[in-house]
Design a protein around this ligand. Sequence first.
Ligand code: BTN
Length: 292
Amino acid sequence: MLLGISRMAVSKHVAGLVAAGFSVEAVRGVGYRLLDEPDAPVPAAVELLLTEGPFELHGGGDTGSTNDDARLLARKGAAEFTVCMASSQRTGRGRLGRTWASGPGGVYLSVVLRPAVAPADLPSLSLAMALAVSRALRGRGADTRVKWPNDVYVDTGKVAGISLEMSAEVDRVAYVVVGIGVNVSRHPDTHAGAGCLSDVVTAVPRRAEVAASVLDELHRAYRIWSSEGFEPFESEFRDAHLLDGEQVTVRDAFGTVLATGTVSGVDAHGRLMLEGEGNTALVSSGEVTLRD
Ligand code: BTN
């Protein structure tokens, strides 16, 4: 193939691929032959698979937390769609201060977004992001469901978690870091009760493929959410929702009970609707537990 760049530039790109874990053979008089790709969400591999977005990709190996990596870049002014990825994390964190098991069987990525909204408008973004991840995993053959506000499940348990961390003034968001963890294959670190993509698909995708699908769907969903809000997602969320008809309690981040009742769905703003005795409660954010 004619690349229109110097031999020196080609060999620099090849050295970059080798450093990222690709196996490349030099063929005398011909050029280079790609022998093997790493099973890791490295930028060079993910970039080739993306069909959407002006993403700027970083990382791909082991890190502390991709959320911290992305926040650091966001604070320095990184553009929207800057992404930090990892194939394992040493200090992966979940929502509400929990840890997120981040062994080498998963995909871990964080995306910097800069939505032009107030903090109060953000909760429905996390539902749209959950649907994006759910769509991406469906595209890989998994029969996924979502649990309000932003967990993605397969038959065997929670397969993906999403967190939103933001920096904001009272009436204006500066940036949001959307952190996404997907359990692709089981690993000694994977919680026994967690779901894994490999439990439910016959052909387990490479982790770069999972990362690219997630980013593509995230970009599509974010574009729609930015211009039209949550309404276009409402019926899909209802159809994929695990909790309908369940008796639940919703608590805030400090454990205070916000509402109890039977889930009747989500409204056009992404609020969870709970039927109580003679009234409907609407909850914008919180942690849901099933009542026994
Ligand atoms: C949850 O509690 O369900 C949310 C889990 C979010 C985990 C992801 S993995 C990539 C990013 N980096 C982190 O440290 N956390 C998020």
